[in-house]
Write a protein that binds this ligand. Structure first.
Ligand SMILES: Cc1ncc(COP(=O)(O)O)c(C=O)c1O
Length: 424
């Protein structure tokens, strides 16, 4: 059975991109390791190559014809059709890492005439490209304090870039505020591209393209891969914005390899089941955390934001997210020593960077994922020494809560000991 537009996303995504009838009835796709593909004849080969290079007057090549695996590969194509199905859009491109996806999208849609405007905080790798690499090729980079500043800006950029919720404090940005502004300020020749890094939620919870964004970016290492066994990235969107992304991927050569593509295609079959369960457990963990005194909670859930009086963020979440996702951060009283005591006492949670996997992970942003961020920027973004980020996996939620409870107790004792040492 091939996907049918009348079927719902979960049904379509399982079958997308692969027809068993063309593969001996094999229920799962093979891994095509070939680097090159034999042309049926020279005329067809020329049509394929000339079309790939965008040469005017090229003959139309056959559909789904492959040339060379840097440009496209059947296994990569299965994964890409599945992601395009999940994101309900024209095209998706997989890359060898989230950073390959982000850097290619940035290079494709900014230049010396097309500025980049962005709102932070951003993942450290993205911030590095924006601060240290893009300006060297002449791109004007402007940091906005908030998307609300768009109305006071002069001119227009080539791209508006954001990450929502942002790493690691789960700060949210209003996607449709940017997409409406971009639509009003775009012209026929100069379309402003709105790009959203949707790594923290993924297609099941947040759908930037439905809100008018042009490019939806992911570190597919996280929820899309979902098992901490693959490093990959993705960009999805409508054909107009994706054409340049594919062109730049072809020449930079950052595509995902066939084995990675196969793992991604397989992982996407269970994406919704994994994410729904992770979210269910995350809510239980957050409910437990809310019972703890002296614990500052960072969450992208509407109810948690409303509880601390952040009604503006709560309204954004309500508008653009299905729920608050399975990531959170807590600020442990007692700074780095208490945070390290907490992390070293965890048993079910594993102490590692990354997120979105089957196993729950915990890390210390100030010294790990965000070690390279300047002290001023850390302070501005709320990345304190006591902050710990938690990614909820598929373990039993009671075991996760018991693990946190035990580790919080150890952290409290370490703070008490330190305080009494200072007093004595
Ligand atoms: C929000 C976000 N974007 C992008 C990346 C980069 O992805 P990758 O590590 O797959 O290159 C990460 C990595 O942690 C991330 O958290």
């Amino acid at each position: 059975m091939m996907p049918n537009k009348n079927h719902r996303l979960e049904t379509r995504s399982i079958f997308a991109g692969y027809d068993p009838a063309e593969n001996f009835g094999a229920v799962k796709p093979p891994i095509h390791l070939a680097s090159t593909f034999i042309f049926p004849d020279a005329r067809t080969g020329a049509a394929q190559m000339e079309t790939a290079y965008g040469i005017e007057g090229a003959e139309t090549p056959p559909e789904d014809a492959f040339i060379y695996s840097r440009l496209g590969n059947p296994t990569l194509s299965v994964a890409e059709k599945r992601l395009a199905t999940w994101d309900d859009t024209d095209l998706a491109a997989f890359f060898s890492s989230g950073m390959a996806a982000i850097s290619t999208a940035l290079m494709a849609h900014t230049s010396k005439d097309k500025a980049l405007w962005y709102v932070g905080p951003l993942y450290g790798g993205t911030q590095h490209i924006i601060d240290d690499i893009i300006p060297k090729i002449g791109v004007d980079v402007v940091k906005l304090n908030s998307l609300e500043d768009l109305d006071s800006m002069n001119g227009a950029p080539g791209m508006i870039y954001m990450e929502t919720p942002a790493n690691p404090t789960l700060q949210v940005h209003d996607i449709s505020l940017a997409t409406k502004w971009a639509k009003e300020h775009s012209t026929e020749e100069d379309k402003i591209i709105v790009a959203v890094d949707n790594t923290f939620l993924g297609p099941i919870i947040q759908r930037p393209l439905d809100l008018g964004a042009d490019l939806n970016l992911y570190s597919a290492t996280k929820y899309i891969g979902g098992h901490s066994d693959v490093v990959a990235g993705a960009v999805s969107g409508k054909e107009e914005a994706m054409a340049k992304v594919f062109e730049y991927r072809t020449f930079f050569g950052g595509m995902a390899d066939p084995w990675t593509s196969w793992l991604l295609a397989r992982s996407m079959e269970t994406l919704h089941v994994r994410v729904d369960r992770q979210v269910e457990s995350a809510r239980k963990v957050l409910d437990y955390l809310q019972t703890q005194n002296n614990l500052k909670i960072f969450s992208a859930w509407e109810e948690d934001l409303a509880k601390v009086g952040d009604y503006k963020s709560a309204a954004i979440v309500q508008k653009q997210q299905k729920n608050g996702g399975a990531l959170m951060a807590i600020e442990i009283p007692g700074g780095r020593n208490a945070a390290f005591a907490f992390l070293d006492s965890l048993d079910v949670f594993k102490l590692a960077v990354s997120l979105g996997s089957t196993e729950s992970l915990a890390e210390h942003p100030a010294s790990m994922t965000h070690a390279g961020v300047s002290p001023e920027e850390k302070e501005r973004a709320g990345i304190t020494e006591g902050l710990v980020r938690l990614s909820i996996g598929l373990e039993n939620s009671d075991d996760l809560i018991a693990d946190i409870e035990k580790a919080l107790e150890v952290a409290r004792l370490s703070l008490k000991e330190e305080t009494s040492k200072c007093l004595s």
